[in-house]
Design a protein around this ligand. Structure first.
Ligand code: FRU
Length: 484
């Protein structure tokens, strides 16, 4: 591997400027670049960070390693927007350059305080033996875009009984006007837990205990990116358990991004009330490290990393890796979490094109490579769509959907399966909104009752939609070109 540890952790200032210029040219020539998703200018993107509203704009940062499509020395890149759709790249926001974040400005969150945005994140530090130390650190972003790091960590060590796998703070306000921070942790017995800190101010945060989410034996060996948000008067605990036993919750991705919903949370006992068992947040192949927050306009918004730890997707050969999802609005309906792209996403739509579905078994439609397909099916027999090479079979009678990416181009991550199967209410009509963007698609069923995100790497531009049905009159579809 040409990406030695030494190279991956080379300080940012030691890279020649010319290097990034060349890499950018290589990236821009990639056939898999996206039209309306956030993607890295160069190198690797991972978790969404600091999702917030500040200074009249939406703020959405992401974990970045700009020098190559690998996990190296991480920083935060800032994106901002007035509509959650068109994002402006505001450049590097947090560079790993202090003794408390020297080997990476890891994931974290943001909270507006007075006229500044407070960023709380994990400083990743490796000592001479390459042992990890995790500091929970802070920084201020002012309205001019200037970032000032706090000189000392807010939390310098994990609590007693927990290891240095200790990261990804989600900071929120308590109803008493203080602060609460949820942090991913690992016990000395190597079990994953969400940990809670509270304090009347950011520099008086104290460990209170674990968040009881229905399973006090913990989740796998580590919990990454824990988020607790209220959604329509309920609670959603969104987290990434690593190494979770498949008997506790079924999943196929290397590590799942899961959600537990609950009626409420009791902060005296730090316990979710009537929690569900964990379920996959997304039924697809690629969602991880999602971050949610309650926006000032009352909406609960979510953004996901489309990429997984350890995945080596084909885009890496072009000098970049991964992207972020569309911004999703969360709702709680009929005991379930719904996720759907924010209403603003409709502003991307061009003129609607109703599709004629032929009275035979197959219809082929030229689509271009970035668009939204809205399809309504009330068919008693299965309908098969091949969207940009990804085969989606909907069997309304049994309420089963199968998504197969095995013939969608350059294969990758096959070890974790090339199909996903999930359920919708049996015997009910199915609505699908598919947001397709060159090498990623987000499939939303029944207004977001189920979501299935699929990364794929076509060998030639994938601009064909195929619809196979023996009941053409029961299927209606409209295509919208999407232009950012
Ligand atoms: C999740 C994660 C976080 C960490 C960050 C580092 O993908 O491993 O736990 O803070 O990525 O980039």
């Amino acid at each position: 591997d040409e990406w030695t540890t030494e190279l991956r952790y080379r300080p940012y200032r030691d890279w020649p400027a010319k290097y990034l210029v060349n890499l950018r040219n290589q990236v821009q020539a990639s056939p898999w670049r996206l039209h309306y998703h956030i993607q890295p200018t160069t190198g690797l993107l991972n978790d969404p960070n600091g999702f917030s509203f500040f200074n009249g704009r939406w703020q959405l940062f992401y974990q970045a390693y700009p020098f190559g499509p690998v996990h190296g020395l991480k920083s935060w890149v800032r994106m901002s927007s007035t509509d959650l759709i068109h994002w402006h790249n505001d450049g590097e926001a947090l560079i790993p350059d202090t003794p408390y974040d020297a080997q990476g400005a890891f994931s974290g969150s943001a909270l507006p305080m007075d006229d500044k945005l407070f960023l709380m994140y994990t400083g990743n530090v490796r000592d001479h033996e390459w042992h990890r130390h995790s500091y929970q650190v802070g920084a201020w972003l002012d309205t001019a875009g200037k970032v000032t790091k706090l000189p000392e960590p807010l939390i310098s060590t994990p609590p007693t009984g927990f290891t240095n796998e200790f990261r990804d703070p989600q900071i929120t306000r308590t109803t008493e006007g203080g602060y609460r921070v949820l942090i991913g942790g690992q016990s000395d017995q190597k079990q994953g837990f969400p940990l809670i800190y509270e304090g009347p101010s950011i520099d008086t945060l104290r460990f209170k205990g674990i968040l009881h989410t229905g399973r006090d034996a913990g989740y796998g060996f580590m919990v990454e990116c824990p988020n607790l948000v209220s959604v329509d008067g309920h609670q959603a605990f969104i987290f990434c358990p690593q190494g979770l036993n498949q008997g506790i919750a079924a999943y196929q991705n290397i590590f799942p991004n899961m959600v537990i919903t609950a009626d409420d949370v009791n902060w005296d006992t730090r316990t979710l009330i009537n929690p569900t068992t964990p379920v996959n947040l997304d039924e697809g192949f690629d969602v991880y490290a999602s971050q949610a927050f309650v926006a000032p306009d009352g909406r609960t918004l979510l953004n996901s990393w489309i990429g997984l730890p350890g995945a080596d997707a084909p885009d890496t050969k072009d000098g970049w890796a991964n992207c972020l999802s569309l911004v999703k609005e969360l709702h709680y309906r009929d005991g379930q979490l719904y996720q759907y792209p924010v209403a603003e996403t409709k502003s991307l739509r061009g003129e609607a094109r109703p599709l004629t579905i032929a009275g035979n078994d197959e219809t082929f439609i030229g689509t271009g490579d970035h668009y939204e397909l809205a399809l309504h099916s009330d068919s008693q027999v299965p309908v098969t769509l091949t969207i940009a090479g990804v085969k989606v079979t909907i069997d309304q009678t049994s309420g089963t959907v199968i998504v197969d990416r095995s013939h969608a181009g350059v294969p990758f991550a096959e070890k974790y399966g090339t199909t996903r199967r999930f359920s919708l209410p049996a015997g009910q009509p199915v609505l699908l909104n598919a947001f397709v963007d060159t090498s990623v698609m987000e499939l939303y069923f029944n207004h977001g009752q189920k979501v299935c995100t699929v990364r794929f790497f076509p060998k030639t531009p994938a601009d064909l939609l195929r619809i196979e049905t023996s009941a053409p009159n029961a299927v209606h579809a409209t295509l919208y070109p999407l232009t950012a």
